[in-house]
Design a protein around this ligand. Structure first.
Ligand code: GLY
Length: 382
């Protein structure tokens, strides 16, 4: 099994200060800033105070991230006279469950969190979704702040207010839309992310290049894959462009009534692969990389997308060491998983397909014969 992991802290890495940048998710009275830069962990108290947060906060983290960054966050919050309590959950997807949710409620009650209190999620997507859902439901909803520590969380899961936990029957079956009060994306924490986890986050960045802004692809075509993880200037541009795209999509369709579905480009097959191969075999971003290749090939066959554009997508995925080859799974198992996809509507699987780079359509019905043919004939094999 390939595991989620962090490398030991290497202080010789990203130490240069850069100008921080902020993009806003414009949702009227629920608007919030995404602050992107370096040094934010140590300035977290000031940033959350600026958003009107005071009183008690519960920091939820995991057993890998907390030893690395918990103390710095705690110090920063206490310097601003916030009353901090901390809770850690085990690492990995299995923590997105009701057992850990109940632990958060218990800790919140024991610490005396009230309606005006705040939960702070310090971690990757699992911690963000879990802590966000706890915040959405505790006392009918309290504030929360996302302090994402993985690239994937910075560019995707920490932004947009999707929170939730899994059930034994499937992922994200319980959840709520609950927007954070702020997102603090401190790029310097990415230096301890394993290169594999970092690359998995880039898959979601590449997705933005396909669905909205091909300049994102150009940026990654020029970026040095060996150096990017420690280049705060380039990373700031990558994260800022990604968050700006996500913020605009969420502004236009907060609750996924339509347009927000474009964020699922590559996810229909990606989710099916995760189910069939077993969660843990592929990181989410890796499954999405293969899913995007499939969606691109499908778009070529039925939606007028060009071969050259598919090849460009594959090349940028490979440049950043993401998988693009179809794994050896049986088509009937994959089809069954595709059909179980919770986003299926009225019996058809709604695909997001590209017409050109930067132009996609959602809710596209595709005949089963085409789905099968693309899997067998058009996917690169290793
Ligand atoms: N990650 C997809 C969404 O936030 O809608």
């Amino acid at each position: 099994m390939r595991r989620y992991g962090y490398y030991p802290l290497n202080r010789s890495g990203m130490n240069s200060e850069i100008m921080n940048t902020t993009c806003t998710v414009e949702l009227a009275q629920r608007a919030y800033p995404i602050v992107i830069g370096t040094g934010l962990l140590d300035q977290a108290g000031t940033h959350v105070r600026a958003c009107g947060i005071s009183g008690r906060v519960l920091v939820v983290s995991d057993e890998t991230v907390h030893p690395l960054y918990g103390a710095r966050l705690r110090d920063a919050l206490e310097r601003e006279e916030l009353g901090v309590t901390e809770l850690t959950v085990p690492v990995g997807e299995s923590s997105k469950c009701h057992t850990q949710l109940l632990r958060i409620y218990d800790a919140a009650l024991a610490a005396g969190l009230e309606r005006a209190s705040t939960i702070i999620a310090l971690g990757g997507g699992v911690v963000g979704d879990l802590a966000g859902y706890a915040a959405a439901t505790y006392l009918r909803g309290i504030r929360y702040v996302q302090v994402p520590t993985s690239l994937l969380a910075m560019v995707d899961s920490a932004v947009g207010g999707k929170t939730g936990v899994n059930l034994p029957q499937g992922k994200n079956l319980i959840g709520a839309f609950h927007q954070p009060t702020a997102v603090l994306a401190d790029l310097s924490v990415l230096e301890t992310l394993s290169p594999r986890e970092f690359a998995a986050g880039l898959a979601e960045v590449i997705k933005y290049g396909v669905i909205v802004d091909p300049d994102v692809l150009s940026l990654l075509e020029q970026a040095d894959p060996d150096a990017l993880q420690r280049q705060p200037d380039t990373l700031r541009d990558v994260v800022q462009r990604s968050c700006a795209i996500k913020a605009e999509v969420v502004r236009r369709d907060e609750r996924e009534g339509g347009l927000r579905a474009i964020l699922n480009f590559g996810h229909t097959l990606g989710h099916a692969l995760e189910q069939v191969c077993g969660y843990g075999e592929w990181l989410h971003g890796e499954a999405i990389a293969i899913g995007m290749v499939y969606a691109a090939r499908l778009s070529q066959r039925v939606h007028g997308f060009s071969t050259a554009e598919s090849e460009r997508l594959i090349a940028v995925l490979q440049r950043h060491r993401l998988p693009v080859h179809a794994p050896a799974v049986s088509w009937p198992a994959l089809l069954e998983a595709l059909q179980r996809d919770k986003k299926k509507k009225a019996g058809t699987v709604g695909f997001v397909l590209a017409r050109a780079l930067g132009q996609v359509d959602y809710g596209c019905a595709v005949a089963e014969t085409d789905l099968h043919a693309v899997w067998e004939e058009d996917m690169p094999r290793s």
